[in-house]
Ligand binder design. Structure first.
Ligand code: M6R
Length: 368
């Protein structure tokens, strides 16, 4: 738990992510299968019966759930709904048949998530599953099933390695539940398994070139406000990018679904409100490209994070570009998390905020 030469815990935890992911995946996948022995046979019965998933969490863990919902519906062909724990616990909700309740939490002690799980236990769900980084936490003790993320202790208040490990666990869950679902579509299964296997190396490659993220942070220093935009799983990652910037740099930032810009926020665009577009070259790319053009036409400043194909197509509209390796529908959100975290980190260092212990926040929110 020391900083091991890093200036902040957050930086150490960002750079530990290749190892954290490999710990998360260790012993849990072969080249074309997810291994679920650790859950026992009763779990397989539950997974095979699951027709819907309800994910409940707070903050960054909630964003992991939102990303997972895109995967569950596309990869596993399972209906998936995600909700903020503090909302869920106080409202009446309708539970569809054979719904698996999933609570997500780094700490396992978040008061609202714990209360939501306790409410769910007697509410008629098929079963409860907790995705958590802390064994022997209140959440793991209270849930029927538990999927540990094994990311190691996270000390920085801003969640980084716990988030990408939660995503890796969700990827496994989507791939596994899909296997047991008779009506599934065979969505790029081989590509996803292969890219999970290569995840550690790909993350290392991104982190090696982290200088570029520092340059982006410099360019954001005087921004009045900042936007993150994305489509598909990149939309919740845009929310996460905005949360990271807010919590450690204290700068105002909003995450938006790129298609929503024209329904209001486009009015805010001017040259001191930069927009960071998270846009791998995928089925959404041409749509987000036209959003980028709309922003440019209003003198907005665009920072594009994409792969080489995406950057080639869009660079004439962008002020800065960052090239990441090629990804797929599942691994893009995991890999694009790294620039999002590093941009927030470097900007916080430049602005001199308390990176590891931002004002007014606690690592574990055990009260309402
Ligand atoms: O421990 P949890 O994952 O349940 O915590 C939930 C949020 O408080 C947490 O993710 C928070 O949003 C992060 N520290 C933000 O980086």
């Amino acid at each position: 738990t020391d900083k091991q030469g890093y200036r902040h815990y957050m930086m150490k935890e960002i750079f530990f992510q290749p190892d954290a992911i490999s710990k998360t995946l260790k012993g849990r996948i072969t080249k074309d299968q997810v291994i679920t022995k650790e859950f026992g046979e009763s779990a397989d019965l539950i997974f095979s019966k699951t027709e819907c998933i309800k994910i409940v969490a707070c903050g960054t863990s909630y964003h992991a759930g939102l990303i997972a919902a895109y995967w569950m519906e596309k990869v596993a062909n399972i209906h998936c709904q995600v909700e903020i724990a503090s909302e869920y616990r106080y409202r009446k909700s309708v539970i569809l048949d054979n719904t698996l309740f999933v609570a997500v939490s780094q700490s396992g002690e978040t008061a609202d998530t714990l209360a939501a799980l306790r409410t769910a236990k007697d509410a008629g769900y098929l079963s409860t599953l907790v995705i958590c980084n802390v064994d022997e936490s209140s959440l793991t003790r209270d849930s029927a099933l538990c999927f540990l993320t094994h990311a190691g202790t996270e000390i920085g208040v801003a969640s980084t390695k716990a988030f990408t490990s939660q995503l890796a666990v969700f990827a496994l869950l989507a791939l596994h539940i899909k296997k047991n679902n008779m009506q599934n579509i065979d969505y790029a299964k081989d590509t996803i398994f292969q890219s999970l296997f290569e995840m550690q190396q790909t993350m290392r490659r991104i982190l090696k070139n982290s200088k570029k993220f520092e340059e982006v942070a410099h360019s954001l220093r005087d921004a009045k406000s900042i936007f993150y935009i994305g489509r598909g799983p990149m939309y919740p990652l845009a929310l996460e990018g905005a949360l990271k910037l807010k919590e450690i740099t204290y700068k105002h930032c909003e995450g938006y679904a790129a298609g929503e810009l024209k329904h209001g926020p486009l009015a805010l665009i001017e040259d001191d409100i930069p927009v960071i577009a998270l846009a791998p070259y995928d089925e959404n790319f041409l749509k987000i490209l036209s959003n980028i053009q709309e922003i440019k036409a209003r003198n907005g400043k665009i920072i594009l994070i994409s792969d080489s194909k995406g950057v080639d197509k869009a660079k004439k509209y962008c002020d800065q570009t960052i090239v990441l390796p090629n990804t797929n529908f599942v691994t893009s959100a995991i890999l694009y998390s790294l620039p999002v975290q590093l941009i927030a980190y470097h900007l916080a260092v430049l602005l001199g905020t308390d990176v590891d212990q931002p004002r007014n926040l606690a690592k574990s929110v055990t009260v309402e």
